[in-house]
Design a protein around this ligand. Structure first.
Ligand SMILES: Cc1cc2nc3c(=O)[nH]c(=O)nc-3n(C[C@H](O)[C@H](O)[C@H](O)COP(=O)(O)OP(=O)(O)OC[C@H]3O[C@@H](n4cnc5c(N)ncnc54)[C@H](O)[C@@H]3O)c2cc1C
Length: 628
């Protein structure tokens, strides 16, 4: 029999969390929605360029199948394929739903949804709202959730930080402990299911394009409580970052989708201002190396090409940058289509990108890996069965994950504009799964005895007390900086086993020092250093997962690149040529060994790594990725 008055917790109010909330509330269930700050400020609001769906308004004969193939190959075959197939199939319907919610899509003069090109694809497939797409989508979802709030189905806990889950005697998730970020008091919240939609982990690398709260701490906390974490080694470096002293910012992939060209002067150290360098003296390296895709190769390919130009060939500009040039395009066109991001460049880097080339370098941007989540196969369609209580459930029963904090859809490399899609889609699916899960639940969280809740609250209070009482210890801000520097240097775009061993050694030392953190502020009101210190301790644990997973994967796949294991496509050779076929055979042999999901499980002395097979039932891994 179904339990009476179920109560669900959703942690995170970005696109993933809001979609989950909507679906759970639509099924008539009450939701407690937690966020570090007002949900409308969630990091999803920063997304710029757009969201992928096969709308085919450009008459290019785009197809859902092609979206599926591009996503699977873009991720170097490492993503389970049935969920990817479902996501791509459901994407056009999602766009129509957003349309009905009032999203102000950019449109052609005829009123048709406009589309732009993004990386790793040949067709225009990216729906957009100027260059502030994420904000428009988030605000539309926020309005829907507010309607449920007005109906009494949603209660928001903004300025609350999730600290841990509470498990009952059987190991099932039955609630959370959260901290009020004003009073710093902890409190227990019971729940029949908990959804984590807490976003990315860019801050593990110190500087990234992510918001300053994208720490991954929430995912780390449930990982430390027994949830599995997959494919940690796959970290996306966005090719068009804007390096900054405080943080790195992003020049959206939309810039190259709308015609932006990468180049450096052909003459090393050419002192001329870029706008005066004639075309024949400019080296458009991506157009030369990858003529089929040119400037819109996938992000992993573009980031490595820039690395090669700068560090292997020494052809970078001052400060190891390269140009991303839009100045050949009509300024009115640029303002209309990319206004939001041009303003960001003008404000933080200086200079008008409609007149002079921008200077960019790859920056940490996205984690393809994340919490392990289950899914159920629909044997009739070969896609994911929906709804199913298994979908998006973590390895801890009753705990679900969606959005960037899950590791489900992007394999070894995410295609641009596929993340707003996966966040929205996974949130929707997750919400439906939770509604199905609680229907089958035999007993309510209210029936669970008090013990596990008070024990967990005490554990969290003890952690806070210890941090507040410690004196003359380590500075958490400095530790965070040192960890970030170490991760960017040793676990970067190009990795070596020697460097990864050094990273693991360095992390061990930082982890030890982090046990002795002390704070300048021991106050009990809005103590930000306390929250940050806890985040740093948890980020170090994830850093270890990332570095160890990378150390153990001896191959090159997507964003994970170790030069000592490169399998190069023979130059000038294509399918059918014996040399290419020899390469293909080697590539397949490598897949036999390495086409598998990395699974990390927490142990007191560091992560334990094992592997799981990848479901390749939709598109067999026969075609190597080749963007030439
Ligand atoms: C600059 C930038 C531009 C981007 N542009 C695009 C784009 O054009 N297209 C695209 O597809 N993708 C883009 N992305 C990626 C995309 O924006 C994100 O992957 C996606 O929005 C993540 O959504 P989410 O719901 O998972 O998390 P988020 O939107 O990050 O939300 C996380 C939520 O979790 C809450 N939270 C976190 N930790 C806790 C805690 N401990 N306790 C309580 N609450 C917590 C936060 O308060 C927040 O509400 C971009 C990313 C960046 C950095």
């Amino acid at each position: 029999m179904a339990i009476k008055k179920p109560r669900i917790i959703v942690v995170g109010g970005g696109l993933g969390g809001l979609w989950a909330t909507m679906r759970i509330a639509e099924a008539g269930n009450k939701v407690d929605l937690f966020s570090l700050f007002p949900v409308k400020r969630s990091h999803s609001a920063c997304a710029q360029g757009g969201i992928n769906a096969c709308m085919d308004t450009k008459g290019q004969h785009d197809s859902i199948w092609q979206h599926t193939v591009d996503t699977i190959k873009g991720g170097a075959y490492l993503g389970h394929q049935p969920p990817i197939k479902s996501m791509c199939e459901d994407a056009p319907g999602l766009m129509r739903t957003y349309d009905r919610m009032g999203v102000t899509w950019s449109r052609t003069p005829e009123g048709v949804m406009d589309l732009r090109l993004f990386g790793g694809v040949k067709n225009k497939r990216t729906c957009f709202a100027g260059a502030t797409t994420g904000q428009q989508l988030l605000y539309a979802c926020d309005e829907q959730v507010r309607a449920h709030e007005a109906r009494g189905l949603v209660e928001k806990f903004e300025w609350w930080e999730f600290l841990s889950i509470v498990k009952d005697a059987s190991g099932r998730c039955r609630g959370i402990v959260a901290m009020d970020l004003r009073s710093m008091e902890t409190r227990v919240f019971r729940a029949d299911a908990v959804v984590l939609a807490t976003g990315g982990l860019g801050l593990v690398f110190g500087k990234s394009t992510n918001s300053t709260n994208s720490t991954g701490a929430a995912a780390s906390r449930v990982y430390q409580q027994g949830a599995k974490f997959v494919n940690g080694e796959f970290i996306q470096f966005h090719p068009t970052g804007m390096p900054g002293d405080d943080k790195n910012r992003l020049m959206s992939e939309a810039a190259r989708g709308e015609g932006g060209r990468f180049w450096v002067p052909r003459k090393k150290g050419d002192p001329r201002p870029p706008e005066t360098i004639p075309e024949e003296d400019r080296w458009h390296f991506l157009e030369e190396w990858y003529p089929a895709y040119g400037n819109t190769v996938p992000r992993d390919v573009a980031a490595r090409a820039i690395y090669k130009v700068v560090y292997e060939q020494g052809m970078g500009l001052e400060n190891d940058l390269v140009y991303l040039d839009l100045s050949h395009k009509d300024p009115d066109f640029l303002r209309r289509r990319l206004g939001g991001i041009l303003e960001i460049y003008e404000k933080f880097a200086g200079g008008d990108p409609t007149k002079i080339p921008m200077k960019i370098y790859p920056a940490v941007h996205y984690s393809m890996g994340g919490l392990w989540v289950d899914w159920e196969l629909d044997t009739a369609t070969g896609a994911m069965k929906q709804p199913s209580p298994r979908n998006h459930q973590c390895s801890i029963p009753g705990l679900f994950a969606c959005g960037e904090c899950d590791g489900a859809y992007h394999g070894a490399n995410r295609l641009g504009a596929n993340s707003l899609l996966s966040a929205s889609y996974s949130g929707r699916v997750c919400g439906e799964s939770v509604a199905a899960y609680i229907k089958g639940l035999a007993d309510s969280c209210e029936d669970v005895p008090e013990g596990p809740f008070s024990d967990e609250k005490k554990r969290q209070d003890d952690l806070n007390r210890q941090l507040l009482a410690n004196r003359d210890g380590e500075n958490p801000f400095l530790l965070h900086k040192q960890m970030g520097d170490l991760m960017r240097e040793k676990v970067g775009i190009v990795r070596t086993n020697k460097g990864l061993d050094e990273a693991l050694e360095g992390l061990k030392e930082i982890k030890e020092r982090a046990r002795n953190i002390s704070l300048d502020d021991s106050g009990s009101w809005s103590n930000q250093p306390l929250a940050h210190a806890r985040g740093v301790q948890d980020m170090i644990v994830l850093a270890e997962v990332i570095a160890k997973s990378a150390r153990m994967r001896d191959e090159c796949r997507g964003s994970h690149w170790k030069p000592e294991f490169v399998l190069d496509i023979p130059e000038g050779k294509f399918p059918g040529d014996p040399e290419f076929e020899e390469y293909r055979a080697k590539w397949k042999r490598n897949n036999e060994e390495w086409l598998k999901t990395t699974v990390a499980e927490h142990q007191p002395d560091g992560p334990r790594i094992s592997y799981e097979p990848v479901d390749t039932s939709v598109l067999p891994a026969d075609q190597p990725r080749d963007y030439r």
